[in-house]
Design a protein around this ligand. Structure first.
Ligand SMILES: *[C@@H]1O[C@H](CO)[C@@H](O)[C@H](O)[C@H]1NC(C)=O
Ligand SMILES: *[C@@H]1O[C@H](CO)[C@@H](O)[C@H](O)[C@H]1NC(C)=O
Length: 267
């Protein structure tokens, strides 16, 4: 109790792990993955055996942990299919007026740092306002992924983000193309002698056709470009508010995050 007295505030480290099952570490019974340091923390400290998360996913559950509020209240939980932020460039994120435990700690004189993944949004109105950034939410220092590490970040690992939407868009583009091709066929017919009957059904001016082709090309680009650029747009590393790596290199990421965390602790 003297340790926790008001004039002696302890330093502490909180590790939050995405997608860690209770059976994945040694002190909870795993005998194939060795976690001796975590096991030691458990044997010299406290090991809890019941935990209730506010959500089964990263974004809403971490919003809840940081604010102590149901993620629905901060707009960070959705009952729909998309329950995490899918594009770093979007305007969603943990609202600036939420009180995180990090903000409270700063008010108590702590220097706070976050190393690793954030995934609670970055900007509100414009690129660079950083309204959802960790620095605005009580973390004096930030190094890591403002977004998340998903398959799309690793070349050759496939895609996590809205695969079914991509498929639906592909089908739509195909249908649109087929539709246009059919119209071209009909239009060409109208100049010939053989298919006069067919042509009576539909007269399309050349300009309309050109316009439709233009619109469908733009539509296809709008659908494909974001998925083609997922890695560049989302897989980045920031130090405070500067982008220092885009796209990020996954191979050495763990070591760099670890070194950053250790350096912050030392400082
Ligand atoms: C240890 O963790 C791995 C990875 O999650 C899992 O495949 C394995 O079944 C676990 N072993 C035990 C004994 O729980
Ligand atoms: C933050 O602001 C929004 C919009 O004004 C409001 O709905 C919400 O209740 C506020 N949250 C807190 C924690 O005050």
């Amino acid at each position: 109790s003297t340790y926790l007295s008001f004039d002696k505030k302890p330093n502490f480290v909180l590790m939050m792990v995405d997608d860690l099952g209770i059976g994945d570490i040694g002190c909870y019974g795993n005998d194939t993955i060795r976690t001796p340091n975590i096991d030691r923390l458990a044997s010299e400290g406290v090991k809890l055996t019941q935990y209730i998360a506010a959500a089964p996913l990263c974004t809403p559950s971490r919003a809840a942990l940081m604010t102590g509020r149901y993620p629905l209240r901060s707009g960070m939980a959705s009952p729909g299919r998309v329950q995490v932020l899918l594009f770093l460039g979007g305007s969603g994120g943990l609202p600036p007026n939420e009180t995180t435990f990090a903000k409270r700690l700063q008010q108590q004189g702590y220097t706070t740092g976050l190393v690793g993944k954030w995934h609670q949004g970055v900007n509100c109105e414009s690129r660079g306002d950083h309204c959802h950034h960790p620095n605005q939410h009580g973390f004096s220092y930030f190094y890591g992924l403002p977004f998340t590490l998903f398959n799309d970040c690793v070349p050759g690992e496939g895609s996590d983000v809205l695969v079914d939407l991509q498929l639906a868009l592909q089908h739509l583009t195909l249908l649109l193309g087929l539709g246009l091709l059919t119209m071209v066929g009909v239009t060409f017919c109208s100049t010939g002698r053989v298919c006069v009957r067919l042509c009576g059904l539909l007269e399309v001016s050349l300009w309309l056709l050109v316009l439709l082709f233009f619109v469908s090309t733009v539509a296809a680009a709008v659908w494909y470009v974001p998925f083609g650029l997922l890695r560049t747009w989302n897989c980045i590393i920031m130090r405070n508010q500067d982008v220092i790596e885009q796209p990020l290199t996954v191979e050495t990421l763990s070591q760099r995050l670890l070194a950053e965390a250790q350096n912050f602790i030392k400082r």
